[in-house]
Structure formats: C-alpha cells, structure tokens
Write a new protein. Structure first.
Length: 153
C-alpha cells in the first residue's frame, strides 16, 4: 500500500489495510461498505474517514466524495478497525476505484490529513434494483437516483 500514499500527511493515524465487504459487482441501490484498518501513532481524540470515488473507464474521473462524522479514538488500543459505509451512493453503471483518507475535518471546515491512500478498493455497479443495467450513456452522468417521487397534482 506504500506505493499509493501521499507524503503530505501527519501519520498521527495510519491506514494499515482495507477490505471491501461488498462483492465486486454491486447494485446502484446497495450500500458501499468496507473496513479500514488503522494504527494510532499519536495521542489524538477524534478522526474521520473520507473517501473519494473515481470512475475508472473514463480515465479516473472523480465523481464524488463521502466522509464520516468524527469518531472517538480508542483510548487503550493503538490498532483498531472502522467499518465505513456509504448508504446511498447512487452510482450509475460503471467501474470505480476509491481513495481513502483518515483525518479530521470535512467540507464544512479545513481538513488535516493523518493518512491517505489512493487507488485502493475497486468495484463495479452492474444493477439497479436487482436488474442488470442494459444501457447507460456517459452523457447521463455518474449518478442514478432511484428514490424519486412524481405525482399528478
């Protein structure tokens, strides 16, 4: 995993491993879930897990980001695991790869990066509501929203 790290991180918490919980092929309506194995190198109170989602087939175009709320660090443990789950990714048909960060802060504040690994977990969206996606054009975008309401007034 060392080849995929950036150098501009503090390493107060270090990402030591990742594991995808989902099968490789998922449904657009499935949650996206994986484990992040971490090592605490400094005495810090809280951290967050962040993920950047990149669509592979069009040259790694970034299509989204997700971040957790702050997580309290275990006091008596230096190694621990976080289950990170994106409930509504709404991704369209395609192949994706994730970049994972551990840090503190998000889009509402500045971000301090403890560690970051790039091009790590891969997956493919092939279905919507348990049916194979027959057709998806890139000009439709990278998101498919299925929790939609339309009613006559």
């Amino acid at each position: 995993m060392q080849d995929y790290r950036i150098s501009a991180t503090t390493k107060e918490i270090e990402i030591t491993g990742l594991k995808r919980i989902n099968e490789y092929s998922i449904d657009s309506c499935d949650s996206l879930e994986f484990l992040v194995y971490l090592k605490k190198n400094e005495n810090i109170e809280k951290f967050q897990i962040m993920s950047l989602i990149n669509e592979v087939s069009v040259g790694g175009t970034r299509v989204g980001m997700a971040y957790s709320e702050p997580i309290q660090c275990p006091i008596d443990e230096n190694r621990f695991t976080v289950r990170f789950k994106i409930l509504n990714h709404n991704l369209a048909k395609g192949k994706y790869i994730l970049d994972i960060w551990a840090g503190v802060g998000d889009v509402r504040s500045s971000i301090k990066y403890y560690d970051a690994v790039y091009e790590t977990i891969t997956f493919e969206v092939k279905k919507i509501k348990d049916s194979f996606i027959n057709e998806w054009h890139h000009y439709w975008g990278n998101n498919c929203y299925t929790n939609v309401s339309a009613n006559l007034e």
